[in-house]
Design a protein around this ligand. Structure first.
Ligand code: SF4
Length: 432
């Protein structure tokens, strides 16, 4: 009889969440590993908007809202004047699913943010009513808060994303044996319906920003094999009949000529008009006239530019990804190529350690001169990063080690008077 594994993408407890091309992409590679090892796979994604229980309406480009319910705030958020919600399918739907499973040998849970662990906790509680199979947790939360995850009831914490490491941890900590396969793909077949695809053409990032934890997940910057990426996209375009593709790369334009350009050309030569999106920031310094024109003709619809700050000292902390003249020239090239404010968004970071409110306002004011929408990216203190250590020194009175306090929505490092009024003002000012 085949061994069986249950994969779970848990519900999200947070102040806000919406499906902006959001899928547990890395988790699907692990599913593929089990499939290739001939395991029976059960897969439950609480965040699936195309489930028989909940058919979420698609808005623009296949995105949309999750099923959600307002829930009581944990004590640590008692002063936050926002509703706290549980996003994702109700627990009863999961219970119904579990009741149909005959046997579970191993459970795998992913978790996308450190401060989303309440979802993992809920899933463990439910699963324990059905099985005492070992529970393995991976993803951002267990990678950055391994001890916390163990205390939650996780049996095996997997840190990072290296699948070879996963196999060796798995083989040494369970009674089962997995064979390692080095050619894996995200196993999308666990979804009956999709409204978009997400893809990575690379893993990792060549930069090292103070606030970013990417090196813990992907220590190296690695380009995927071009034909693998094209095969993956083509197979799933055919199966799911979607038009929207979001790139998850962290440095998408870094090797544009030798990599992304070739991939896109192959895709559009076969598939014609598609909509491409870059929800992760792209680096303005790479956007010359030729590249801007290529993106326009290829069908890019959503471009998010990483600006972060115009403060010179902080630019160093952002790996000098940007200087102002490069940003100006990138915007000019994009507009000349035909992109409009509807397409172009600029991310700025708010709430970095030691960053005061006025510094963020200055960056917003600067960006208002340009045809781009301004997207405030609230800083989240990620354990193990340089900025986390700086934060601990600067704010010894804050409970930064508690993952819930790492939630970017609460602007954890901002403790000044009238904080929420000022944040509302900032957000409105950036929007209008
Ligand atoms: S460029 Fe982006 S992904 Fe790369 S280190 Fe900086 S913040 Fe992280």
């Amino acid at each position: 009889m085949k061994h069986s594994a249950l994969f779970v993408n848990p519900p999200v407890y947070d102040f806000s969440a919406s499906d902006l091309w959001s899928k547990p992409y890395g988790f699907l590679f692990i599913v593929d590993m089990f499939i290739k090892n001939q395991w029976e796979v059960f897969y439950f994604d609480f965040m699936n908007r195309h489930n028989q229980y909940y058919q979420g309406k698609n808005k623009k480009f296949g995105c949309g809202q999750y099923y959600s319910q307002v829930v009581e705030k944990p004590e640590i958020y008692k002063d936050v004047p926002r509703k706290y919600k549980r996003f994702g399918l109700p627990d009863e739907v999961f219970v119904e699913y579990l009741e149909k499973i005959r046997k579970i040998d191993i459970v795998l849970i992913t978790c996308g943010m450190t401060y989303w662990y309440k979802g993992v906790e809920e899933v463990i509680k439910t699963i324990r009513k059905f099985t005492d199979a070992k529970i393995i947790a991976g993803g951002i939360y267990p990678s950055f808060c391994p001890e916390h995850a163990k205390n939650l009831g996780v049996d095996i914490v997997f840190q990072g994303s290296n699948i070879k490491d996963f196999v060796s941890v798995f083989n040494s900590s369970t009674d089962f044996h997995l064979k390692y396969f080095d050619r894996l793909f995200p196993y999308w077949d666990v979804y009956q319906k999709l409204s978009y695809l997400v893809v990575r053409t690379s893993f990792g990032c060549p930069f090292s920003c103070y606030y970013c934890g990417i090196k813990k997940i992907y220590p190296e910057y690695v380009l995927r094999n071009i034909s693998d990426v094209v095969e993956e996209i083509s197979k799933n375009l055919m199966k799911y009949n979607v038009k929207d593709i979001a790139f998850y790369d962290d440095a998408l334009l870094c090797k544009f000529k030798d990599h992304l350009e070739k991939i896109i050309e192959k895709i559009i030569n076969t598939w014609g008009t598609l909509n491409f999106h870059t929800p992760n920031g792209i680096h303005p310094k790479f956007i010359d006239r030729e590249l801007a024109s290529f993106l326009k003709h290829a069908g890019f619809k959503t471009l998010r530019l990483s600006v972060e700050t115009i403060d010179e000292k902080r630019m160093k902390e952002s790996s000098f990804k940007l200087n102002i003249s490069e940003f100006e020239s990138a915007i000019k090239n994009l507009v000349d190529a035909g992109f409009t404010k509807d397409n172009i968004g600029a991310y700025i970071l708010a709430g970095l350690p030691g960053q005061d409110f006025n510094q963020v306002m200055e960056t917003v004011k600067f960006l208002k001169q340009f045809p781009c929408s301004i997207k405030i990216a609230e800083y989240s203190p990620i354990p193990g990063t340089i900025d986390f250590e700086i934060s601990k020194k600067l704010y010894p009175f804050l409970p930064l080690d508690e993952p819930l306090y790492q939630n970017n929505s609460i602007f954890p490092l901002w403790t000044f008077e009238n904080k929420w009024e000022k944040i509302d003002y900032l957000k409105n000012f950036a929007k209008n």
